[in-house]
Design a protein around this ligand. Structure first.
Ligand code: GDP
Ligand code: MN
Length: 414
């Protein structure tokens, strides 16, 4: 699960990480008041208007704007709410923006030698070493993907101890290596330690601050203040049961509607790029089904895992979800019945097919369907399908997994 930046900033602040204050708005008519709040009524003060969407690259796309008046704030808000944001991280048609953050703007110190004091800071899981890892770079901001690609040595990594997390001394060492000086070091180390704690306690898979900035020197902060001005979080869905405070932050308007519909019926749906819809049970069988489709030259459009035990109704619903994707040109059902019974799957298929009535009196989906069933109650399942076959001309039975993959790939012309 992902959350928006404005929610991520609240989360950072709740762990004591310094974040400029701000507020979320949904209408351009609220931008002037939000600007006044963000600048503390200081006319001409700096504020920032930022699109709240589950995708990055907003700065370069023109969906992060610095503003210095109510009028500029309103103009920026009007633009963002009436244009789709397109970035390398969005679908080609872009994303509609319905929420904005209006926050107090940070003054970012100039860096000796050019540029601004913008750093990258993140914690994520390194699967190769099976440890959480802190990733930091002096070259933060909007170019981080390019930097990681061109100059991997500019990215520092520190593996975290499985139970002790990040020690303050390791954090200070990283801050020093990032080129921080004086009082900046303890400020940055404190942020790193808090971010590591937050990451573990909230079951994150990513906690990212890009950029972490340093403000110009002031009386209160003689070496400048280290501040988080962006926040990105991904949470491990399997940990969400322990975090009602996080699940209530989910913004369903940002999620794939098919995935949401599947969740509602206890199914898991993953959208992919090809044209063969897959209905399977179990994640392992889903993987091998996709492998064998690819082996025979096909490309999966999605897979829908009906899990260990699904009702006839859920199976029927599963077909509706798969077919709602217009790219699907064929469906492969691959079920190994364990707790899930093959006759339940077969009846689900027949019920789903019965919803599609054709002019010639036959029933069934417009796209070819290949069914491979094995395991518990397989005889009963096959019997049901054999009896229905005459009425469902688009359905073929397969003898085994290889045969099924071959048939569905041939049916879609792969
Ligand atoms: P992203 O491009 O979607 O990651 O959006 P960010 O929130 O990271 O903003 C992109 C860039 O805009 C940052 O790297 C900064 O250079 C700039 N920016 C964002 N907020 C502020 C701010 O409060 N003050 C200043 N001076 N620049 C900002
Ligand atoms: Mn950013």
């Amino acid at each position: 699960m992902k959350i928006h930046e404005y929610q991520g900033r609240d989360l950072l602040a709740s762990y004591g990480i310094p974040v400029p204050s701000g507020r979320m708005i949904t209408a351009a008519s609220d931008a002037a008041a939000a600007y006044r709040d963000a600048t503390g009524g200081n006319a001409g003060g700096l504020a920032v208007v930022k699109a709240q969407v589950h995708a990055g690259g907003r700065g370069k796309a023109g969906f992060v704007k610095l503003v210095r008046s109510e009028k500029e704030a309103t103009e920026a808000a009007t633009f963002m709410l009436s244009n789709r944001m397109k970035s390398p991280q969005t679908p080609p048609e872009g994303l509609a923006v319905s929420k904005l953050l209006v926050a107090s703007g940070a003054d970012i110190a100039d860096r000796a030698g050019g540029g601004k004091e913008e750093f990258y800071l993140a914690i994520t899981l390194d699967r190769a070493t099976r440890r959480n890892v802190l990733i930091a770079s002096r070259e933060g901001g909007v170019e981080i993907e390019q930097i990681a690609h061109d100059r991997p040595d500019a990215i520092k990594k520190e593996r975290l101890h499985p139970t002790l997390g990040l020690s303050p001394s390791a954090a200070r060492k990283i801050a020093f290596e990032l080129g921080m000086k004086g009082k900046q070091i303890n400020q940055a180390a404190d942020i790193m330690v808090k971010l590591a704690k937050l990451y573990v306690e909230k079951d994150c898979s990513l906690a990212e601050i890009n950029p972490l900035v340093i403000t110009p020197k002031s009386e209160k902060f003689p070496d400048g203040q280290v501040l988080a001005i962006d926040a990105k979080f991904n949470f491990d869905d399997n940990g969400l049961v322990r975090h009602p405070e996080l699940t209530s932050m989910a913004d369903n308007s940002e999620e794939n509607p098919s995935e949401l519909k599947a969740q509602e019926f206890g199914l898991s749906y993953v959208a992919l790029d090809g044209n063969i819809g897959c209905l399977v049970n179990g994640a392992g069988l889903a993987m091998s089904t996709m492998d064998i489709i690819k082996l025979h030259g096909g490309e999966p459009a999605n897979f829908l895992d009906v899990g260990g035990s699904a009702s006839e109704e859920a199976v029927t619903e599963a077909f509706g979800i798969i077919l709602s994707d217009s790219r699907v040109k064929g469906i492969l059902v691959n079920i190994f019945g364990g707790i899930m019974r093959c006759d339940v799957i077969a009846q689900g298929i027949i019920n789903a097919a019965s919803k599609y009535k054709n002019a010639d009196g036959s029933i069934g989906f417009k796209v070819p369907l290949v069914v491979r069933l094995e395991g518990t109650n397989v005889e009963a399942g096959r019997k049901l399908l054999n009896e229905a076959r005459g009425k469902i001309p688009t359905m073929q039975a397969a003898n085994d997994l290889g045969d099924a993959a071959k048939k569905v790939c041939a049916a879609v012309g792969a």
